[in-house]
Design a protein around this ligand. Sequence first.
Ligand code: BYC
Length: 319
Amino acid sequence: MTQYSFQQHFDDKIDSDNTIEAKDWMPDDYRKTLIRQISQHAHSEIVGMLPEGNWISRAPTLRRKAVLMAKVQDEAGHGLYLYSAAETLGISRDEMYNQLHTGKAKYSSIFNYPTLTWADMGAVGWLVDGAAIMNQVPLCRTSYGPYARAMVRVCKEESFHQRQGFEIMLTLAKGTDIQRKMAQDAFNRWWWPSLMMFGPPDAESPNTANSVRWRIKRLTNDELRQKFVDVTVEQAKVLGLDMPDKDLKWNEERGHYDFGAINWPEFYNVVKGNGPCNKQRLEARRSAWEKGQWVRDAATAYAGKRAARKAAAVETKAA
Ligand code: BYC
């Protein structure tokens, strides 16, 4: 096939809603965009373990501890599926880790905020995982096959995560006065950063146009953010909590809630590395990587020994 027909074949597949697979020809920019998004998504899952991991030893009951531990472990699994999906595009895992550890790669802004009280475990599950599902359900139909397939399982697990967060919030919101205040305080602190998770407004999102054209993104940042606001307002009513936005109002004409201005300078500041916990998060990842060197060495040595044993057994059999 000529270069033109490769491109034509790719465009036809995208237009007819077929998936692109690892061995298919794809334009360089499509590959680069996917590597960027999938690896950043993977980093977010792994860094996202830290704010919640902070509460495993302090969860109020054994049941809460077991559930939180399972949730954090799921996030590690999500990171691994996503790193594997990105590897199919020709980048190595070491290179991705290196991009994270040197601050070259981004990860979701949301994980640079601190988890101050137990209610934050409720708010993170309800809002952060809720925002994640809103963004990730359309990614189950993203045009790159390995990414789309990874997303199916991730979304099933995220849905459980969102419910466990909502259930923590419900327990606190229906509990004592102090518990209700804790739930409201966590809601107030996590609401705006959760809206920022969807990324900059469409008019300032350099990647959206291409990603929508290639069907990597099925919906834009603003469309997803609006959907999230619309469903979350109704959930807050069930909790009996106040929306932390005095400008929030149902717009009959649009059939959506209008909401207040997002603090975009804060978002860009966090993305640039200056959020409340950026340094702490990167330091934790770097330190885990360095302290884990002996495990990687041992695993490599063990794999080497097994391979040598297997080769010797084959030789003996052949002799
Ligand atoms: N934080 O052109 P745009 C989870 C960057 S994990 C930081 O709109 P795009 C969970 C963006 O990368 C949730 N940076 O970009 C885990 C771009 O910079 P570069 C993570 C952000 O890619 C554990 C620039 O801003 N989910 O849920 O078209 C526990 C311009 O943006 C952010 C995913 O990663 C941000 N919030 O759209 C619990 C989903 N937003 O790369 C929960 C997959 C934007 O050009 N990713 N930037 O230097 C996506 O859907 C898209 O990448 C985004 C951004 C919607 C996030």
